[in-house]
Design a protein around this ligand. Structure first.
Ligand SMILES: [Zn+2]
Length: 310
C-alpha cells in the first residue's frame, strides 16, 4: 500500500468535496454539547483509538482512520474518511510527523473538531534516519510516555464534555494504573535477557523508546528509516548494515506486523541471522485477537522478544 506522492491524495479529496458540503453544514448545526449524545472521536491509528476507548468507555464513539494491522505511515484516505472527520467532535493524532497525510484531510473536511496531539509535552528522541536526524514519533513504545499521551487525551475529553469529567478522570486513572503495571511487568520479564543479548534489529526504526526504557541497543533496521515510506537502502547502506549486524552479535531480526517480510528476509540471508516473530509496533492486531489492545500487544512483543533473545 505504497502512496506514490502527495498528488495521490488530491483525487479522493476532490471527490469528497461534494459530500462534504452537506456533512459540514450538518455538523455546524449539530455540535455535541448535548449531554446525552456520545462524543464522536476520530483517532488516526489503532493504538490511539484504544487509548480513547479506555478513557471514554461508553461516553464516546471512537473510530480509527488507519485500521488494525495497517500502516499509519502510509494512508490512502477514502471519501468516507473525510466524512468521518467532518462529523467528529474530537480528532486525536500522535503528531511528531507520523501522520503527514492528516492536515489536508482536516482542511478538506472543514472540520470544527477539537484537535488533540497526544505527544504534547512528551520528551522525544532524535535519531539518524535516511541520512538525516529526525524526531522519532514512536513514543507509545515506552509505557511511561504512553501515560502522558493518555493524560493528554483525558484532558481533551474532559474539556469537550465537562458534564462527564468525573467519569473520564476515573476511567483514565484505572487505565494509567494498568499501564504502570504493564511497565513493571515488562521490566521483570526483560530482566531474564542477559544485557549483552539485548539487541534489536527490526523492519523499520520503531523501537528506540522501547530500547531506551528496557535497556536494549537498536543495532539497525532493514529499511534504515523511521518511516516505512522510505525507499530501499542503497547497496552501500545495505552493506554497512550487514557489517554492523554481523559485528553486533545480534541473534534475531524481528519482523513487524505492518511491513512486508522481503527486506527482512534479504537482510537475514546476508547476515546469517535468524528471523524472529512479527512485533506489533505501529498497529494493533484485529479485534478479538491476542494483540487487539495496547496492553496485550505490548505484552505480546515483550514475550516474543524475551523468547527469541532469552
Ligand atoms: Zn513506524
Amino acid at each position: 500500500m505504497r502512496v506514490a506522492g502527495p498528488g495521490m491524495h488530491v483525487l479522493p479529496v476532490l471527490m469528497a468535496t461534494a459530500l462534504l458540503a452537506a456533512c459540514s453544514a450538518a455538523a455546524a448545526l449539530n455540535p455535541l454539547k448535548n449531554a446525552s449524545s456520545r462524543v464522536k472521536v476520530v483517532a488516526t491509528f489503532s493504538i490511539l483509538a484504544d487509548f480513547v476507548a479506555n478513557i471514554g468507555g461508553d461516553l464516546v464513539d471512537v473510530i480509527s482512520l488507519v485500521g488494525p494491522g495497517s500502516d499509519v505511515h502510509e494512508f490512502e484516505p477514502a471519501p468516507s474518511d473525510i466524512a468521518r472527520i467532518a462529523d467528529a467532535d474530537v480528532i486525536v493524532e500522535n503528531g511528531l510527523g507520523l501522520e503527514s497525510w492528516l492536515a489536508p484531510l482536516v482542511t478538506a473536511s472543514r472540520s470544527a473538531a477539537l484537535r488533540v496531539t497526544a505527544s504534547n509535552g512528551v520528551s522525544v528522541r532524535k535519531i539518524a534516519s535516511s541520512g538525516r536526524t529526525d524526531i522519532d514519533p514512536h513514543i507509545w513504545q515506552d509505557p511511561v510516555r504512553a501515560m502522558q499521551m493518555v493524560a493528554n487525551i483525558r484532558d481533551a475529553l474532559t474539556n469537550v464534555d465537562p458534564a462527564h469529567a468525573a467519569r473520564y478522570m476515573a476511567n483514565a486513572a484505572t487505565y494509567l494504573e494498568q499501564i504502570k503495571a504493564l511497565d513493571s511487568e515488562l521490566q521483570s520479564r526483560i530482566a531474564v535477557i542477559p544485557p549483552g543479548k539485548r539487541t534489536l534489529v527490526t523492519s523499520h526504526d520503531s523501537l528506540s523508546y522501547f530500547a531506551e526504557r528496557y535497556g536494549f541497543t537498536v543495532v539497525g533496521s532493514a529499511l534504515g528509516s523511521l518511516s516505512t515510506e522510505a525507499t530501499d537502502p542503497s547497496a552501500r547502506e545495505f552493506a554497512a548494515l550487514v557489517d554492523v549486524i554481523k559485528t553486533s552479535h545480534a541473534s534475531v531480526i524481528f519482523l513487524e506486523s505492518i511491513t512486508r517480510p522481503e527486506r527482512v528476509e534479504k537482510l537475514a540471508h546476508e547476515t546469517g541471522v535468524r528471523i524472529g516473530p512479527p512485533l506489533f509496533t505501529d498497529a494493533l492486531g484485529p479485534a478479538n485477537t491476542p494483540t487487539a489492545t495496547y496492553l496485550s500487544a505490548m505484552r505480546f512483543n515483550a514475550g516474543a522478544i524475551t523468547t527469541a533473545l532469552g
